[in-house]
Design a protein around this ligand. Structure first.
Ligand SMILES: [Fe+2]
Ligand SMILES: [Fe+2]
Length: 255
């Protein structure tokens, strides 16, 4: 196999929940990705309580990573209302932080497009909460819909770009029910939102990574068969690596 055809290795981890205790430790946990992968994905809950100091520690620990990094925020990163500061600190540390936007990386002459959003709660499939009744409930539902619309718009743009060979979706909340199984069923509506799954299937993403469901299931598929990894650190312990093989033949996009 020529080097151009060699699989592109995407490493991913979520729910690092960085805080003082991880100072000087996380760098050793992350360092192997330099040999194992071409890109590192950080799928949200990067800090424990959303404190800038926690993001500063993470930024220092990430100095051991020499491959490109792509990330999204998680709900914990919003806890202190410092999400903008955390985003800019991680950008300064070299992480392409995404919130509905995208980044493309060229690895061995192939272009990988990443689209990321945090996502939100809401539930799955026929049990997806509906915008009916009180205004606060409608507002809650609307947040989830907006996140899915941002993901849709970002993936649509990249899917229309002929130079993009692979598409990767990065979210914090789960897009499918399968990877939250293991958590208490009462929590399922707060662990993800299947509206996120629709664009992943529609634009035939190669792979999706998420976190948030610390006690969920590491791997599942969308209805269309797209691989979905729950890379929550408490669940998987260390970075999970997915190989992108040669570009697939895609169904013509209905615009
Ligand atoms: Fe988390
Ligand atoms: Fe979370």
């Amino acid at each position: 196999m020529g080097e151009d055809q060699a699989p592109i290795q995407i490493a991913a981890i979520a729910d690092v929940h960085c805080y003082e205790e991880l100072r000087g430790r996380l760098r050793y946990e992350l360092e192997p990705v330099n040999e194992q992968a071409d890109v590192l994905v950080l799928a949200g809950d990067l800090t424990l309580y959303g404190k800038p100091e926690e993001a500063r520690i993470l930024a220092e620990e990430l100095r051991s990573v020499r491959i490109p990094m792509v990330g999204v925020l998680g709900n914990h990163d919003y806890e202190m209302n410092h999400e903008k500061t955390i985003t800019s600190m991680l950008r300064d540390a070299g992480v392409a932080m995404l919130d509905g936007d995208s980044v493309t990386l060229t690895v061995r002459k192939r272009t990988v497009g990443f689209v990321g959003v945090k996502g939100f709660c809401g539930g799955f499939g026929q049990r997806l909460v509906a915008p009916f009744g009180e205004d606060p409930l409608k507002a809650f539902v609307r947040v989830g819909q907006t996140e899915a619309e941002k993901l849709d718009a970002g993936l649509r743009r990249l899917r229309q770009d002929d130079t993009v060979d692979h598409l990767v979706a990065v979210v914090h909340y789960a897009p499918i029910r399968e990877t939250v199984v293991g958590e208490s069923p009462e929590l399922f509506p707060f662990l993800g939102n299947s509206s996120l799954c629709d664009p992943i299937d529609r634009y035939e993403v190669d792979v999706c990574f998420h976190g948030h469901a610390h006690y969920g299931t590491p791997f599942g598929h969308t209805p269309r068969g797209i691989p979905v990894y729950n890379v929550a650190r408490p669940l998987v312990r260390t970075c999970v690596v997915h190989a992108l093989v040669s570009p697939r033949s895609l169904t013509p996009l209905e615009l």
